[in-house]
Design a protein around this ligand. Sequence first.
Ligand code: GLU
Length: 622
Amino acid sequence: MAWDLSLRPLRSLTVKRRWLWGARVRPWLFGLWGILLMLGLLWGWPTPAQSPVATVATGRGGAVASVDDRATQIGLQVLQQGGNAVDAAVATAAALGVVEPFSAGIGGGGFMVIYNRATDTAVTLDGREEAPAAVTPNLFTDPDSATGAPLPFYPQRISSGLAVGVPGTPLNWATAVARYGTRPLGELLQPAIALAEEGFTVDATFAQQIERNRDRFAAFTSTRDLYLPQGEVPAVGSRFRNPDLARTYRQLADGGMNPFYRGEIAQAIAQTVQVPPTVADPPFRVWPGAMTLADLDRYEVRVRPAWETDYRGYHLYGMGLPSSGGITVGQILDLLETEALGAMDRAPALHRLLEAERLAFADRNTYLGDPEYVDVPLAGLTQPDYLAQRRTLIPTAGPPNEGEYVAPAGNPLPFQEDPSPSLTTLPTVALNFGPEGQSTTHLTVADAQGLMVSYTLTLESTGGSGIVVPGYGFILNNELTDFSTAVPGPNVPEPGKRPRSSMAPTIAIAPNGDGVAFGSPGGSTIITTVAAIAVNLVDFGMDLAGAIAAPRFSQRNGGLTLVETTLPGADTLAHHLWETGHKLTETDEIGAATGIFVKADGTFTAVAEPQRRGGGSAAALP
Ligand code: GLU
């Protein structure tokens, strides 16, 4: 099926315009505006949080899409001033670190995929957090447990110094701009510094994320003082300033990476991890970690080739290990390639997608981990005969055993055809399906010179470890909870290892030269969201706005299929799935994607969520 590149009729372009101003104002409206102005002054003017935000934007000069309008506009300004897509992505991310500090920030990590149309090549930056040298496979084993059980996930494991990995995000920004950008990092941080210093208006998402973390945040003096002033969640519409973060960003702007990885900030990070700043009587036991200055000093960003997959003539560039994102998205699509999904009714097509997800996750959970530690049988996992064998396990109707079925992993070893094989027996793997975060943020930028950037960054949980580095205004990640607590396996904690991720920033190039960059947050549902967006575009002929807005379903080989029931159309499809034997579980929201479509003729369409997480922001230069 052809990739439908045309925009849908205007009514399907979701543009949030709660207030009539900007481009929509017509001269004849000025009279009406006068009246509205008077009424507004009398009854209180709408807060800026309610101002109009576009979730679809088109233009020819470049585009940005993120979850937050303030960050998107900062990225757009960088493009307008002649910066390239990498410059704009870093400036956008730095702004998100201020206004979306619970999902993105310099205390965390992330993965960036950069595509260059001029050379038709892509590169990836792995800024994933890394385990300190003192980490062992029993990192999260409860020392007080006679049976060696892990610490409870919430709140002990996720709100601990144990969970903090060496942050990768600052060096990821510095590496991206030094290698592929055109502006100094110091310049790109300035708009975010101003935002942190002068403050911004608290919106509903910001307030809600603090409210949901209230107990954890109140356990740490630094976090309580910043995010719960006078013990309260900052009111929606109030002004929020983070002068400590402004100062920290300024240190990076002026001093580069040394202050963060081997200077004053490094010392503060190590101290915070080793002696978390808890209140006098925290409501739960806070376990310290063992990160040292040497761990921070040793940290490196890895510049790696992209993971490439072909799907019905489209070439996808994704994130390779230590993220399972690109490989597992690729395997799902490979398993579907022989099915004419576009010619089927939506329900049976969705069933096949979910079963392909189940099989791909079985392999992901068994084989994938940090490639610097694990011998991952990638040659076998992608070998056509292996995939053909796995395809036979996709039932045409209903999952085997009615629903809560967990598929075993395949055996790719006989298919390795690897000139230098080393794995000869199947690994023994203890599987556990622990809870995974639903946080993170994805941003997408494309410029008129042909660069596209797809960047997912995270602190792991919404609110990370919940621990603000005192005096520096940023939250430390709890990314090491992405390691598996079940030993042995490819994803057990080890010194210097990077936990397996699901982040899947993706860039796909169509046979006619059109390109699309996209990605999503959502823990391991990132993989199913990204695969579903690809199928929506390629097989179902949706435009990007439709592909992102469509209801989502997710099967991660955990038995139950997750269904996002809040969106139109989900119910009917869910009913069909249920009738064919899928066991379903409901959730309000899966992911909050962004993407940009770049037509070969130079037209950009930026798209953000119309609804999820309160809606995102898309902008394009004319
Ligand atoms: N830590 C997760 C990962 O790397 C992302 C967290 C999330 O999206 O909630 O896969």
